[in-house]
Design a protein around this ligand. Structure first.
Ligand code: SAH
Length: 227
């Protein structure tokens, strides 16, 4: 699709409504996060047949059994990372690339890893078309993190895992923070780790439901194919 200004700017009313009803009303406070979410054209991150539902209060399918996260969860996770513009961020699970775009608006550089090649290819193309020049992509098992590029000021995991892979915690910078959905396949806690020197403080900020993080230090691949 030709990304004309008109196509990019479409659904402005729905975008405003999403911010008001799903974010402000539920206690999202970070203005920079809300401004980023009012700029990024979420409707372009889903299949054209689902565009009219892109601003709804729910995740949506993006193919290959994966989903684009619910807007509120994107806002909550991003707000928790407290991005100020200087950070190097690692994202595990590029998916549609929507969360990637939001963080690219708010941080210096985003490193994003996706295990499914066609998904990665599609989001890389869209994010380039939208003009983002501060995103680095990799197709790999993100449970290893990205050691060459570490340390990261913030790490965001957008697939659920029984435990946070230790490599990710090791790749945090001195004042780094990580957020990940941790728990079983049906429902997870949103877990935040704050690092301060060699201290790591863990807290939970809510419940969520993400697709599984599949890889060496996440869920094994075969369990996924049995579902
Ligand atoms: N933030 C994304 C969420 C996509 S769903 C969005 O809103 O669009 C989670 C993504 O994580 C899927 O695309 C899935 O393929 C990917 N994923 C699962 N296990 C992974 C792993 N070990 N490494 C990298 N990506 C993984």
């Amino acid at each position: 699709m030709q990304l004309t200004e008109q196509v990019i700017q479409a659904y402005a009313g729905q975008r405003r409504k999403m911010i008001e009803e799903q974010l402000v009303n539920r206690g999202i406070k970070d203005l920079a996060v809300m401004e980023a979410m009012s700029r990024v054209p979420r409707h372009l991150f889903v299949n054209s047949s689902l565009q009219h539902r892109a601003y709804g209060d729910c995740p949506l399918p993006i193919g290959e059994n994966q989903t684009i996260s619910q807007p509120y969860i994107v806002a909550l996770m991003t707000q928790t990372l407290q991005l100020k513009g200087e950070e190097r961020v690692l994202e595990i699970g590029t998916g549609s690339g929507y969360q990637t775009a939001i963080m690219a608006e708010l941080a210096a550089q985003v490193f994003t890893i996706e295990r499914v090649k066609p998904i990665a290819r599609k989001s890389k193309e869209l994010l380039a078309q939208l003009g983002y020049a501060n995103i680095v992509f990799k197709v790999f098992d993100g449970t290893y993190g990205w050691r060459d590029q570490s340390p990261f000021d913030a790490i965001l995991v957008t697939a659920s895992t029984p435990e946070v892979p230790s490599a990710l915690l090791e790749q945090l910078s001195d004042r780094g923070r990580l957020i990940a959905p941790v728990g079983g396949k049906e429902d997870q806690a949103l877990v935040v780790f704050n690092k301060s020197g060699d201290r790591l403080v863990r807290r939970e900020i809510g419940r969520c439901k993400f697709v599984p993080l599949i890889g060496k230090f996440g869920w094994p691949e075969e369990e996924q194919t049995n579902e």
